[in-house]
Design a protein around this ligand. Structure first.
Ligand SMILES: Nc1ncnc2c1ncn2[C@@H]1O[C@H](COP(=O)(O)OP(=O)(O)O)[C@@H](O)[C@H]1O
Ligand SMILES: [Mg+2]
Length: 251
């Protein structure tokens, strides 16, 4: 009989610090399609958590559910951010509560310059970083501030999308495949900014297909497979565990 090892048993060993963001028994559906099937994990304040798994494992759906977007619909479970019950909130309220989602397609607004894209994020409270602070982190955006956002390179658009999230007063940054389609030197640059953002006290969930790069940056990792958690532990444990990498990450 082929019994798969249960790597999720590590769950409570790595989690010594108290949870800052806590997802508990979350079940979410696209219409009748049951996709997020009882997901629980904790994120500690100030850490970078890599959320990994093969294509179709449910990573984007999990991020969308945490961000309280309409799809997929969370029908059961709880999501707590710094003592606030996100599961009772709309996506707008979750954003107000400090959640910043950078979706895979980046959503740069056409017809607006780089600076207008950033200013739009600051239109309603709670406002986060000033433009000066954002430009200090991303000097390239300052250089291109009068350029239309959608005409930027892929890497610059990713920087703009992250910068825009920081223009809101966020506690947690949710990044969906920020390295996708980018050259390794640009990934280096984005990675450097993610370290600085971490140093400023922001907590990050990083979803990436580029698992090795994500694990090199992350403190801990959670691996999803068919809508459930199959591993919860340190990033180093994943990098050291060949069986786990081959089974769920194909690396
Ligand atoms: N809008 C949708 N309607 C129905 N099913 C969806 C929708 N979006 C994603 N799915 C399904 O949910 C599963 C998980 O998808 P997703 O969360 O995008 O995975 P990942 O981000 O890990 O690649 C897949 O089987 C996918 O086909
Ligand atoms: Mg995805």
């Amino acid at each position: 009989m082929n019994v798969k090892p249960d790597f999720s048993k590590n769950a409570n060993q790595a989690a010594t610090a108290p949870a800052f963001l806590s997802i508990w028994d979350m079940h979410a559906y696209y219409g009748e399609s049951y996709i997020v099937q009882g997901v629980s994990f904790n994120v500690h304040e100030g850490e970078i958590l890599a959320l990994l798994g093969r294509n179709g494992a449910g990573k984007t759906s999990t991020l969308r559910a945490i961000a309280r977007l309409a799809d997929p619909e969370v029908k059961r479970g709880e999501i707590w951010l710094d003592h606030q019950p996100l599961h009772t909130m709309s996506s707008y309220q979750a954003s107000q509560a400090g959640l910043g989602l950078v979706p895979e397609d980046r959503r740069i607004i056409a017809g607006l310059t780089v600076e207008e894209n950033l200013k739009l994020a600051q239109i309603a409270p709670p406002v986060g970083w000033s433009l000066d602070r954002v430009y200090e982190l991303f000097p390239r955006l300052r250089e291109r501030r009068t350029q239309e956002g959608v005409t930027l390179s892929g890497g610059e658009q990713q920087m703009l999308a992250i910068a825009r999230a920081l223009c809101r007063d966020i506690k947690v940054l949710l990044l969906d495949e920020p390295y996708e389609g980018l050259a390794p030197v640009i990934v280096d640059e984005i990675e450097k900014t993610l370290r600085i953002i971490k140093d400023q006290g922001i907590t990050t969930i990083l979803v990436e297909q580029n698992a090795v790069r994500a694990l090199q940056l992350a403190d801990r990792a959670v691996i999803l497979d068919t809508g459930g958690i199959v591993f919860d532990g340190t990033a180093a444990e994943v990098l050291e565990n060949k069986e786990l990498r081959e089974e769920y990450l194909a690396i």
